[in-house]
Design a protein around this ligand. Structure first.
Ligand SMILES: [Zn+2]
Length: 59
């Protein structure tokens, strides 16, 4: 049994998303439309999150 790869549990690889790669080169500048707080996740994809822990998704 080999348990030396704990980070591979999900089997996903974010680096395989060429479409999102360009967007990940800059920190997120999203702003929560409900709380008005800026996104604090920096480089990410999917849901945004502000300093209060609230998450949102803009289209
Ligand atoms: Zn964001």
């Amino acid at each position: 049994m080999n348990t030396e790869t704990p980070t591979s549990a999900t089997g996903t690889d974010d680096r395989s998303w060429p479409v999102l790669k360009a967007a990940l080169t800059e920190p997120c500048d999203g702003c929560n439309p409900i709380t008005g707080r800026p996104c604090t996740l920096g480089h990410h994809s999917g849901y945004h999150r502000d300093s209060s822990g609230t998450e949102w998704l803009d289209e």
